[in-house]
Design a protein around this ligand. Structure first.
Ligand SMILES: NC(=O)c1ccc[n+]([C@@H]2O[C@H](COP(=O)([O-])OP(=O)(O)OC[C@H]3O[C@@H](n4cnc5c(N)ncnc54)[C@H](O)[C@@H]3O)[C@@H](O)[C@H]2O)c1
Length: 379
């Protein structure tokens, strides 16, 4: 195993970010909000890295992402490149002793994801993946109400994750290219977020599933190419604890920008959360229905802790990232005991490479099921 970067309590966590497109800049903001210096960035070319460093006020532009993730001057690396580059960079970073935050999907194959998760465990370094919707206070409130019994036993889980950025014939992005994006697009890109979130809220795991997928033939509408990867996935599943569920995942739903919505129906109450309206949680019952508003005074302790501004001052996606990075930094400073969460956090559940590897395997089960029209078990 390579060098291990040790971080003394109180010292700053020198962070470098590989890839500073949309999400890399969100990471940069979250790291800075947590008081850590972003010491370097990389991009697709050295020239672009220089431009980005100047524009973002970062001192160092690395000539390559490989040089960034192995630099002696860095403690924590954030990998925010297109999917196809994640595996190589995450492995190099772990072997060089860096704590790693790697974007989802962790890799584009289940075997590689499992190998990376095993490597991360072997090193003892913090290896996290930003399934950040876990950090919406009202999603955390839903989880708390399942855990403390107010929802009762979970019987049914359902919802959707809809976007529209690929709904016009000529829409495109690196995600459509299987080398940069991987063999799954809609499910790996956003379905994995939905599944991670509902598993985390319910404590159930998707144990078996059957899927249908659809790829629209845009050439009939005048587009030059037809993507190889799926635009839509519809999933029917059973959990390890006897609940059933469905989810529709789409990147071709006009008007739907980032519509992640789920409902968990328990024996006592139903709980519904909408990522685009994250300041409230629907709580349904046979008596009165309620929209519980985000107000730290009335929320469960964990949701109140994530509520960093008073009710009525809307929180959102960027706050989720900041909370995620806060927890990653806490875990780096106070490593997890072998048998439990980081000693100095009450949260202690940041999404790990293990969680992300599970989502990559689940994605493979979805693709396999859609291809041969069968039920698949998820390990
Ligand atoms: N967790 C989330 O909520 C979330 C949201 C969006 C994207 N993502 C993930 O983040 C990653 C990036 O997505 P994005 O939306 O920011 O894409 P993007 O296209 O906005 O940015 C990617 C950037 O990486 C650069 N790049 C390409 N190859 C590189 C390399 N080898 N080294 C350094 N930079 C390189 C590109 O030029 C581009 O600037 C993807 O894996 C995506 O799935 C996660």
């Amino acid at each position: 195993m390579g060098r291990t970067t040790s971080v003394a309590a109180g010292s700053s966590l020198r962070t470098a970010i590989a890839g500073v497109g949309m999400i890399g800049q969100v990471h940069l903001d979250a790291v800075r909000r947590n008081g850590a210096p972003v010491v370097g960035v990389s991009a697709s070319t050295p020239a672009r890295a220089k431009e980005a460093a100047a524009a973002l006020g970062v001192e160092r532009a690395f000539d390559s992402s490989q040089a960034l993730v192995t630099s002696d001057d860095v403690d924590v690396v954030h990998i925010c490149t297109p999917n196809g580059a994640h595996a190589e960079l995450a492995e190099l970073a772990l072997r060089a002793g860096k704590h790693v935050v790697c974007e989802k999907p962790l890799t584009t194959s289940g075997a590689t994801a499992d190998a990376l998760a095993a490597l991360a465990a072997e090193t003892g370094l913090v290896a996290a993946v930003p399934f950040v919707y876990r950090y919406h206070p009202m999603a955390a409130e839903a989880r708390a109400r399942v855990r403390d019994g107010r929802a009762g036993d979970v019987r049914l889980v359902h919802g959707h994750y809809l976007q529209d950025w690929l709904s016009e014939p000529d829409d495109t992005n690196w995600r459509v290219d299987t080398v940069a994006g991987g063999p799954s697009r809609a499910f790996a890109d956003i379905g994995s977020h939905w599944c991670d979130l509902v598993e985390w809220v319910t404590g159930h795991r998707i144990a078996e599933l059957t899927a249908v997928s659809q790829t629209v033939d845009r050439t009939a509408e005048g587009a030059a190419v037809r993507p190889d990867t799926e635009d839509v996935v519809q999933l029917l599943f059973r959990t390890d604890r006897g609940a059933t569920g469905t989810v529709t995942v789409s990147q071709i739903s006009p008007g739907r920008k980032n519509r992640l919505w789920f409902e968990v129906d328990g024996t006592r109450t139903s709980l519904a959360f909408d990522q685009e309206n994250p300041e409230s949680l629907f709580v349904g019952s046979r008596g009165e229905n309620a929209a519980v508003l985000r107000d730290p005074a009335v929320l469960s302790p964990v949701a109140a802790r994530l509520s960093v501004v008073p009710g009525g001052h809307p929180m959102g996606y960027l706050d989720c990232f900041a909370a995620f990075v806060r927890e990653v930094h806490a875990a780096i400073r106070a490593p997890r005991a072998a048998d439990g969460p980081a000693a100095d956090t009450t949260w202690g559940t940041y999404p790990t490479f293990d969680d992300a590897a599970r989502m990559v395997r689940l994605t493979e089960a979805v693709l396999g099921s859609a291809a041969d029209r069968s039920w698949k078990e998820v390990s």
